[in-house]
Design a binder for this molecule. Structure first.
Ligand code: PHE
Length: 513
């Protein structure tokens, strides 16, 4: 086609040159052409099997400008000698200078000519030639190199290099042979077999371009998993591997009861403020908690009463918060602020279950889903995010056991050397924030919140006194941002997300160092 024209000319020239002589060396046949130009023409011919070529890399010796003068006019010492040889009675230094015509050449050449014993100083103080004939070896060497770009004696090359008369240069050239389909002209290669070719019979004589199996295909247009989804997948695997069951989290709207009261969060707690929590205005209120299915045998009236009493007057050995508890506040509808609302409902269901000994059996639950908080949005906060949450219910659990569990759990994500800091949650006692040293940030970063659920919460739902429950939570966004090197959460979620980023990112494996 027309686009081939520039290299097409060179390609034809190469074919013509090969026709006369084989092989040819590109450096000799096309000494002025750029390497890239020659290579592209050769590749085009080679892809049609019209030529084969090999790349030859060699070092060439190049004369420096001073050396070029020497090759043309002789070495400094030879020029000094020549000037003295032709002067019958010798020359003063000044006369010599004007005879040679170059002061620095005279100066350097004089010293060397003395050393070679080519010249001497007479009694009259004049310089004279002391031999009839000299051999200007430097010039001879340089002339040879000028012609052959090299010298058979490597010592000569090294010496001239040291004297800064030549420099070595890498030269790439091609040795070109005729190929299997060598011809003087490049025939047009068909890329398609058409109906017209069949009709005219042209298919019999046409040359077809062979398939290029090395060509990269165009990127397939396909769906891609969001980074959050990939990290969520990794977390789910860890939970399943450790014997956890996934909790159903398909309810974004909760009542204050499940989100707060059942968790022993007092009704005056700042987390329940409008500034922190999104409330639903329509419908105005939830119905009091009740069984959702036929299998659910729980007495929700008793649970509701227990929660009220434990807040208002105290119960189960707790003195409570001592404030008038409001049913209306408890029935406000909220966008859940944490998935612990779901854990609470699941633990309440667990309280109704009977294991082999007639008591609730040990259980491990987890969930990973969206929660909502009325936060001002910035580079690291959105009004919604995903929470990874786990609970373990068992008999005889201890705080040390929770710490060990955390080490194993986070260790499976490649996070080691945890630090625990005492913290406060209305629903856990003791409570611990979990920190880990982040190498990239070079500081401790908070990676989770945890604790042992309070008896006020667990006994209200009817769990036995000697059953304890560990709970912990973390955001899915934080580890995802760290793994994908994202510093602004809006690059991960929301309308500013670049779909290319989502499509191109590889599946992430939480590294296990
Ligand atoms: N709900 C807590 C949070 O939102 C996490 C947590 C869960 C803490 C369970 C303790 C126990 O940060």
């Amino acid at each position: 086609g027309a686009t081939d024209a520039p290299s097409g000319d060179l390609a034809t020239e190469i074919l013509a040159a090969l026709d006369k002589q084989e092989p040819i060396l590109s450096a000799q046949a096309f000494p002025t052409l750029k390497f890239a130009e020659v290579k592209s023409a050769l590749d085009r011919l080679a892809s049609r099997s019209m030529v084969t070529y090999e790349t030859i890399e060699k070092e060439e010796a190049i004369l420096e400008p001073e050396a070029q003068t020497i090759a043309a006019n002789g070495s400094h010492e030879a020029r000094v000698f020549e000037a003295l040889r032709t002067a019958m009675d010798g020359l003063t230094v000044q006369e010599l200078e004007s005879a040679v015509g170059d002061r620095s050449v005279t100066k350097i050449g004089q010293g060397k000519a003395f050393k070679e014993k080519w010249i001497s100083k007479g009694k009259d103080g004049k310089l004279k030639a002391s031999v009839d004939l000299i051999q200007d070896i430097t010039r001879e060497h340089l002339k040879l190199i000028q012609e052959k770009q090299t010298h058979p004696d490597s010592k000569v090359l090294a010496d001239l290099k040291k004297r800064k008369l030549i420099k070595m240069q890498k030269v790439i050239s091609f040795k070109i042979h005729k190929g299997e389909k060598f011809a003087l002209e490049i025939t047009k290669e068909e890329t398609d077999l058409t109906g017209d070719m069949f009709a005219s019979g042209a298919w019999k004589t046409s040359t077809f371009k062979p398939y290029n199996f090395k060509a990269q295909g165009s990127a397939a247009n396909a769906g891609a998993l969001h980074p959050l989804n990939k990290v969520r997948h990794a977390f789910r695997q860890i939970f399943f591997e450790m014997g956890f069951q996934e909790m159903p989290t398909n309810r974004f709207v909760e009542s204050g009861f499940w989100n707060f009261d059942a968790l022993f969060v007092p009704q005056q707690h700042p987390a329940r403020d409008l500034q922190d929590t999104f409330y639903i205005s329509d419908p105005k209120a939830a119905l009091p908690p009740a069984a959702e299915s036929a299998e659910d045998k729980a007495d929700y009236k008793e649970y509701w009463e227990n929660v009220k009493q434990v807040h208002q007057d105290g119960k189960f050995g707790s003195i409570g918060y001592r404030y008038p508890w409001s049913a209306q506040e408890s029935l406000k509808l909220v966008l859940r602020t944490h998935t612990t609302a779901i854990s609470t409902a699941m633990l309440h269901k667990l309280a109704q279950m009977k294991g082999p000994d007639g008591r609730p059996p040990p259980a491990r639950y987890f969930s990973i889903d969206r929660v909502f908080r009325n936060e001002s949005v910035d580079a690291t906060h959105l009004a919604e995010f995903h929470q990874v949450e786990g609970v373990i219910a068992d008999y005889g659990l201890t705080l040390g056991g929770l710490m060990e569990f955390m080490q194993i759990f986070f260790g499976k994500m490649g996070i080691y050397d945890l630090k625990f800091k005492p913290a406060y949650n209305p629903y856990t006692e003791p409570s611990m924030e979990i920190f880990s040293f982040h190498k990239g940030l070079n500081k401790l970063v908070e990676i989770g919140n945890s604790g042992m659920f309070r008896p006020e919460m667990l006994e209200s739902m009817g769990l036995p006194k000697d059953m304890s429950v560990y709970g912990w939570g973390l955001s899915l966004e934080r580890p995802t941002m760290i793994k994908y090197g994202i510093s602004n959460i809006r690059e991960l979620l929301g309308h500013k997300v670049d779909l290319g980023f989502i499509e191109r990112n590889p599946a992430v494996r939480l590294d296990k160092n």
